[in-house]
Design a binder for this molecule. Structure first.
Ligand code: DSN
Length: 417
């Protein structure tokens, strides 16, 4: 028997991959946290670097044979620190949640208070929610947005900080259409002697491309995922001031993770290279322009936008004024049947559960990568409105699906594959 890999073609799995490729090529991807990575990122993620164990850091590994892995990880670290003007980077976190947990492990003791944004008002599980380790090992205290303008209630942030004296204050969100004022968070953190973490998962690509203010000069630590607006492989990253470098690295390995995914680390290096190119600035600006165009067109179709619009890559739609009976869940499912992929989302002070919701989150990073512009966003808003005016009309959904396919045929991310 040969020692090499079994012969024969795995038709079953190949067919699944083909179907997913076709889905991405022929339907609209409006999930705000998704994107289409480049061929270079895809190829690096699928490279022989997946074969290597490399616990430790460049120059300090626990296994032999890491001379080239070290070069790849060093390249990723150099590129990302240059891209964001950071003092230190750790490129090994497997995900954004791991990156955030590593920061907690580095800067907090179990039981310490941390202050983050409420999940149901746009925050994230790893920002102190009770169901997450960030809110069970630590004392999670959460702030929200105002009922009036649906922007972060900075007075509440300050009041809660003064009351609970958190050791860590977290800014960052998954469903907040406005720019977060990192300077105010820095000031509040200084007032109460807290460290300041900015979770830039949603904004990293916009920051790299100059379309969103950088929190790096203001925060002690900045975490992000590499696969959202930054358009890299699925994974996480931590930027830190030099004073936190040792604690952060120790928290990632050996405290939280074992062997790093060096094929992904190398693919992060590829993405950081791409994000440093002038074209990426054009891309980041277009993502925001497209979100603004989508917001305007949706408002014209009768949808209410949380906070009245957007300043970044996403819009949050309150469905209730459009149709009081229509839930986010039903809307997501109907849109899915029409070839429009997005996610239901709670809106601030949502009377419905997170499994049902009254909102939809729509983002432009992926379709901007596919080449769509403001004109197509008007078309997309019209298609969404048609679906949501007749969610039970399968004929109408099929007609929209055909129009979506026709539109996507002009903006195919992976046409050659
Ligand atoms: N799942 C991510 C998002 O969709 O925003 C957050 O982790």
């Amino acid at each position: 028997m040969s020692g090499r890999w079994p012969g024969g073609h795995d038709h079953e799995l190949a067919a699944i991959l083909d179907r997913e490729l076709d889905r991405q090529n022929t339907t609209l991807q409006l999930i705000a946290s998704e994107n289409f990575t480049s061929p270079a990122v895809l190829a690096t993620t699928g490279s022989v670097l997946t074969n290597k164990y490399s616990e430790g850091y460049p120059g300090r590994r626990f296994y032999g044979g890491n001379q080239f892995i070290d070069q790849a990880e060093d390249l990723a670290r150099q590129r990302v620190t240059a891209l964001f003007g950071a003092e230190h980077a750790n490129v090994q976190p497997h995900s954004g949640s791991n990156a955030n947990l590593a920061v907690c492990l580095a800067l907090l003791q179990p039981g310490d208070a941390l202050l983050g944004m409420r999940l149901d008002q746009g925050g994230h599980l790893s920002h102190g929610q009770a169901v997450n380790i960030s809110g069970s090992w630590y004392q999670g205290v959460t702030y929200g947005v105002t009922r009036t303008d649906e922007r972060i209630d900075y007075d509440e942030v300050r009041d809660l900080a003064l009351e609970h004296r958190p050791k860590l204050i977290i800014a960052g969100a998954t469903a907040y259409p406005r720019v977060i004022d990192a300077a105010v968070f820095r000031q509040i953190a200084d007032e109460v002697g807290a460290r300041f973490l900015f979770d830039a998962a949603h904004y990293a690509g916009l920051i790299a491309g100059g379309a969103y203010p950088s929190p790096v000069p203001l925060a002690d630590v900045v975490t992000f995922t590499t696969h959202k607006t930054l358009r890299g492989p699925r994974g996480g990253c931590i930027l830190a001031r030099a004073e936190h470098a040792k604690a952060i690295d120790k928290a990632v390995f050996p405290t939280l993770q074992g062997g790093p995914l060096e094929h992904v680390v190398a693919a992060k290096a590829a993405a950081f290279f791409e994000a440093a190119q002038p074209e990426f600035r054009t891309y980041a600006a277009q993502v925001v322009t497209n979100a603004e165009a989508l917001a305007r067109a949706l408002a014209t179709e009768g949808f209410r936008l949380v906070s009245g619009g957007t300043e970044n890559h996403l819009v949050l739609v309150d469905l209730r004024p459009f149709d009081a009976e229509l839930t986010g869940k039903a809307a997501q499912e109907a849109l899915d049947r029409a070839g429009i992929t997005c996610n239901k989302n709670t809106i601030p002070y949502d009377p419905r559960s997170p499994f049902v919701t009254s909102g939809l989150r729509l983002g432009t990073p992926a379709m901007t990568t596919a080449g769509m512009g403001a004109e197509e966003m008007v078309t997309v808003a019209g298609l969404i409105a048609r679906v949501l005016r007749a969610t039970d009309d399968e004929g109408s959904l099929a007609a929209v699906r055909d129009e979506v396919a026709a539109l996507c045929s002009k903006f195919t991310p992976y046409s050659g594959q």
